[in-house]
Structures are given as structure tokens and as C-alpha cells.
Design a protein around this ligand. Structure first.
Ligand code: T46
Length: 146
């Protein structure tokens, strides 16, 4: 089975998290996935970025967002996403390009276990804004109370 765990089970129990499975159009030439806003992606796509060439053992993320919504897709290789909604912590492994992990606001996330050649693509509903980040875990916990 692909993935460390059944992603549906993980995300069903956490708010502001959803697991998306994209249709793959394949033939004897290979495979293709198409992503369109408000169709496969549940928001207006304002920004796309991707993370690659990560060093062995490196961890990234370690922050939450105040309002940003994103979909993470591992288009090559694999990585683990740690999700924390303030009351529970779950890990999901993304390891195939037909999987999308929707992460809404107020979720502390970390990315780790990047495989060789991993490319993690992220679609976001807002332009980059550093003020949108909550980079302190204490502040994250505090923000959940308000
Ligand atoms: C997230 C996870 C999944 C920009 O200039 N524009 C951008 O759109 C982004 C995303 C980053 N940057 C700059 C800010 C930093 O100087 O790129 C540098 C690395 O960003 P950061 O340390 O925030 O990267 P990660 O991998 O820890 O987190 C990123 C996203 O920032 C974050 O929103 O949810 O990927």
C-alpha cells in the first residue's frame, strides 16, 4: 500500500485537513494529472512553489498559518508531513503525485524524511506574506484559544 498510513483515516479526525486524490490520465506514454482551481483544488490558486534538493535528515516547516490554505503534492519521491491541530499530532507520508494534502489555517506543520529527489509542490490561495506565519509554537497554542 502506498503511504505510511491510510491518509483518509488520518485527515478525517482533524479539522482544516483534507486528503485529495487526483485522477490520473495515463496511457502507454505515461501519466498526467491536471489541477484546476475550484475543481481539484478547493480554492483560488494565487501561488505555486516547490521544495527540492533537500539535504538528508533536514526538517522544514515548523510553523502555522493564520488564514492561508494550501495543497501539498509530492510530485516526485516522498516525504512525511507532521500535522498538529493543537490537540492531536498526526504524520502522513506523501509518496505519489496523485495525492494532495489540503492544509487550512491554524495547523502547525513540519516536513521531514525527504527522499532523494523529492519534489514537494505546494499550491496556495494567497501571495507570500511573512506576517501570515506563526513561527512560535507558544503563539500557535495561544492563537487557538482566541
Ligand atoms: C509551508 C510549507 C509547506 C518566499 O519568498 N516565497 C514563498 O512563497 C515561500 C513559501 C517562501 N519564501 C521564502 C521565505 C524564506 O526566506 O523562502 C524561504 C524559505 O521559506 P520557509 O523557511 O518558510 O520554507 P518551509 O519549507 O519551512 O515552509 C514552506 C512554506 O513557507 C510554508 O508556507 O506551509 O512550506
Amino acid at each position: 500500500m502506498r503511504g505510511a498510513v491510510n491518509l483518509d483515516n488520518v485527515v478525517n479526525n482533524m479539522k482544516n485537513i483534507d486528503f485529495l486524490r487526483f485522477d490520473v490520465m495515463g496511457d502507454d506514454r505515461g501519466a498526467l494529472v491536471a489541477l484546476e482551481q475550484f475543481r481539484q483544488i478547493p480554492f483560488d490558486i494565487k501561488r505555486v512553489y516547490y521544495i527540492f534538493d533537500t539535504r538528508h535528515g533536514v526538517d522544514r516547516g515548523k510553523h502555522a498559518h493564520r488564514n492561508l490554505e494550501q495543497v501539498l503534492i509530492c510530485v516526485n519521491g516522498s516525504c512525511t508531513i507532521v500535522l498538529d491541530d493543537g490537540s492531536s499530532v498526526k504524520e502522513v507520508k506523501l509518496d505519489y503525485p496523485d495525492q494532495g494534502l489540503y492544509i487550512g489555517k491554524n495547523i502547525w506543520r513540519e516536513m521531514k524524511n525527504f527522499s532523494q529527489g523529492c519534489v514537494l509542490m505546494v499550491l496556495a490561495n494567497q501571495y507570500y506574506d511573512e506576517h501570515e506565519y506563526i513561527r512560535s509554537y507558544d503563539e500557535f497554542k495561544q492563537s487557538l484559544k482566541s
